[in-house]
Design a protein around this ligand. Structure first.
Ligand code: G16
Length: 528
């Protein structure tokens, strides 16, 4: 240890007296409250790497869709998936110990945690989004990782979250330093392979980057992409912090169901919006009357399910390789019905959070499609899939498209850039316009709102977050309200990324949906 623990704590753990929770996607809070969390995360990430015999563990400093004053941290396994859940409690315990307990207790705990695997040098892969608080928070993480562990740290600077996941996994696979360009080369290579089989025919595409890190990364992509002439980027001012996710981006478009700032309305274009760290994407288009139509995560997963099912059938692999879709309670009822009734695809439901959907998709299917309605998601292809398509005697164009699609879609986590390219490739091959894509099924009118309450931890759930356990009595009242509405569905859960409770409502008509949303919102306010 280069510096005594007490002086490190004094310098890097100034935020004390708070209670931290490892939420839906790691720690997330006002950036002013996070230096202690970052110091704790440095320790946890190093311990995880040591337990995995020095394999690289990723750390991404981001608060994704949250306002610019927030920040947070996500820890990534060497294979690019989210930190295994059994370690979340270690992270929470350590952060709260550092923030609340006397120095002697902290010393004892840190000493105990760092004594076991000390011969293994941990390796961290770090990146951050465009928030101004990023560099300071990174310094708190680096302080514990270097002073307590002498960790080997590869700092990529500014990255999207999916780039960090991808580069962590590539570092593990190659065992060497991986240049950021490897990320672009991988996905552009897959795009070119598909484009060589089938000429690209698409409308112009406008990409809203939420004034986050997706902006410069999209610009880098466009300098190398054959499709660049038809693709333009808006809301790409990531050096103006107050603009981040403000009136733009995937979360804004999904929740307000309207165009983001900065768009020139054009009925012939296809639009998409990323969030602040570019790990989610939603699409939309305007009809001839400039009416807005959203193509969200449900529309993306159903598009992939339709396309992959069609290719599997053409390649006579539909009885050999299993395919299923994973959704959350936020999935529109019409999308679930379409998948089950029209496509005859199995659908499962998990709690909110990529970490839950990812494992369900990987553990159950050869081709596991998972998307949250808010645009987070990807398609996971199993080893059996790769062996089957590689060894298949008949290497038809359809089979090759399947193979290249599996490369075009980020296999570590949902990725706005890679998902966008994959959706465009599928639309081009199917020769579907945005409205043709939209016509496959009609969403039930739906509304997602936030209610700020004094203590969101009072809202606990069961049944994949579809039903409340507490506050006592509230679920019965919601059930009564839902029963009065045709095709009504509503649920309430505490956000794991924001200090609020989310209320979802859907119904057969716009007015009934508004009515249900307002009744349930009022019930939440009454019961909190
Ligand atoms: C994170 C998670 C997503 C989740 C979202 C909202 O996204 O990765 O899986 O849907 O938070 O979660 P909650 O409703 O609990 O606030 P992001 O884009 O914010 O990192």
């Amino acid at each position: 240890m280069r510096e005594p623990l007490e002086s490190l704590i004094e310098q890097y753990c100034t935020t004390r007296g708070y209670r931290y929770v490892y939420g839906t996607a790691g720690f997330r809070d006002d950036s002013e409250k996070l230096d202690t969390v970052m110091f704790a995360t440095g320790i946890v990430a190093c311990l995880r790497s040591q337990v995995l015999n020095g394999k690289p563990v990723g750390v991404m400093i981001t608060a994704s869709h949250n306002p610019s004053g927030d920040n947070g941290v996500k820890v990534v396994e060497p294979d690019g998936s989210m930190l295994i859940q059994s370690w979340e409690s270690t992270a929470t315990e350590l952060a709260n110990l550092l923030a609340n307990r006397p120095l002697e207790d902290i010393k004892a705990k840190v000493g105990q945690l760092t004594s076991g695997e000390s011969s293994v040098r941990p390796q961290l892969i770090v990146g951050r989004d465009s928030r101004v608080s990023g560099p300071h928070l990174l310094s708190c993480l680096v302080a514990s990782a270097t002073s307590l562990f002498d960790a080997k740290i590869t700092d990529y600077g500014l990255l999207t979250t999916p780039q960090l996941h991808f580069l962590t996994n590539e570092t593990m696979i190659t065992g060497a330093h991986v240049d950021e360009q490897a990320y672009f080369a991988h996905f552009l290579g897959a795009w070119d392979q598909i484009a060589a089989l089938q000429p690209v025919k698409l409308p112009n595409v406008v990409v809203d980057c939420a004034n986050g890190i997706g902006g410069p990364k999209m610009s880098a992509l466009l300098t190398q992409w054959g499709f660049a002439k038809q693709c333009s980027v808006i809301n790409d001012k990531c050096d103006e912090p107050e603009l981040l996710n403000h009136g733009c981006g995937a979360d804004f478009v999904k929740t307000s169901q309207r165009l983001p700032n900065g768009v020139k309305p054009n009925a012939n274009d296809l639009y998409c919006s990323f969030d602040g760290d570019a790990d989610r994407v939603v699409f939309y288009y305007l009809d001839q009357n400039l009416g807005f139509h959203l193509l969200d995560g449900d529309k993306i997963s159903t598009l992939f399910a339709y396309f992959v099912a069609k290719l599997l059938k053409q390649c006579k692999l539909d009885s050999i390789l299993s395919m299923g879709v994973v959704q959350t309670a936020y999935a529109n009822g019409s999308s679930t019905k379409y998948l089950q009734d029209n496509l005859q695809v199995p659908v499962s439901c998990t709690k909110t959070g990529v970490k839950h959907l990812h494992h369900e998709a990987v553990n159950n299917y050869d081709i596991g499609i998972y998307f949250e309605a808010n645009g987070h998601g990807t398609v996971m292809f199993s080893n059996k899939f790769h062996e089957t398509v590689t060894n298949h005697a008949d290497q038809t164009p359809e089979l090759k498209i399947l193979k290249y699609l599996a490369k075009l879609i980020n296999q570590t986590v949902g990725d706005a850039i890679s998902d966008m390219m994959a959706v465009l490739a599928v639309l081009s091959i199917l020769q579907w316009s945005p409205s043709r894509w939209d016509r496959e099924f009609t969403d039930l009118p739906n509304k997602l709102t936030k209610v700020v309450v004094s203590d969101r931890s009072a809202f606990t759930t069961t049944d994949q977050e579809r039903r409340l356990v507490s506050p006592a009595g509230l679920q019965d009242k919601i059930d009564e309200a839902v029963a009065r509405i045709k095709s009504g569905r509503s649920f309430v859960r505490a956000s794991g990324t924001e200090d609020a409770v989310r209320v979802y409502a859907e119904a057969a008509t716009q007015s009934e949906k508004d009515q249900l949303s307002s009744i349930v919102g009022d019930l939440v306010r009454e019961y909190c």
